[in-house]
Design a protein around this ligand. Structure first.
Ligand code: ZN
Length: 198
């Protein structure tokens, strides 16, 4: 017996396809949406479509932005010869919040994970290597201290070293497996200052 009807089932199915949303949460969200005023649901749907339409990748560092260049890359006051490599835009935001990092970034959009079938070609590594054809002083690898983050850091350092660009890794004062975005600013700065050459 189909208790919910096609539309609710479809909504639950779509919602449960989102990261971190299991069937139970999807059901809860679906019923919440259905009980919301129709205008509110329309506004939410429109906001989602607008964000998807207007947000793109910075053509320099590949973070999410609404311009060709993100505010960091567009800022001539930043040190464009120091590139910090992070896994995602949230990590970039975490470092920006410290207000102390003056270089630029490169956003990989993921990390190498043989277990999940994510290889070097599935993240923005090629684009990083292209940027290194310019005159770069240092690449700071700030991927997470998870297995995937460490694997990615090792892989990148092996790629970059032969080019002769200085490669450093942030200190591992960062909890293992911890997402960078959840770590407080003091810890982030300590990790950055304590970075070591690979
Ligand atoms: Zn950028």
């Amino acid at each position: 017996m189909d208790l919910y009807g096609g539309h609710i089932n479809k909504l639950i199915e779509e919602l449960s396809g989102l990261p971190g949303i299991g069937t139970k949460s999807a059901q809860r969200l679906a019923f919440h949406l259905i009980n919301m005023p129709k205008e509110k649901v329309e506004r939410l749907a429109a906001t989602m479509v607008e964000a998807r339409t207007n947000v793109r990748h910075c053509k320099e560092c590949f973070t999410l932005t609404e311009q060709d260049l993100c505010p960091v890359c567009a800022n001539e006051g930043r040190d464009h010869k120091t590139i910090m490599v992070v896994e995602n835009t949230r990590d970039l935001a975490a470092y920006e919040k410290t207000g102390k990092y003056t270089g630029v970034y490169h956003v990989l959009h993921g990390a190498i994970s043989p277990m999940l079938g994510i290889g070097p070609n599935d993240i923005r590594l090629k684009e990083l290597m292209q940027r290194l054809q310019e005159d770069i002083n240092e690449v700071i690898i700030a991927t997470n201290s998870s297995l995937e983050g460490e694997t990615t850091a090792m892989y990148i350092s092996k790629l970059i070293k032969p080019i002769g660009v200085k490669v450093t890794r942030i200190a591992s004062g960062v909890p293992v497996g911890g997402d960078l975005e959840y770590i407080d600013e003091v810890t982030l700065l300590r990790a950055l200052e304590g970075r070591t050459e690979l």
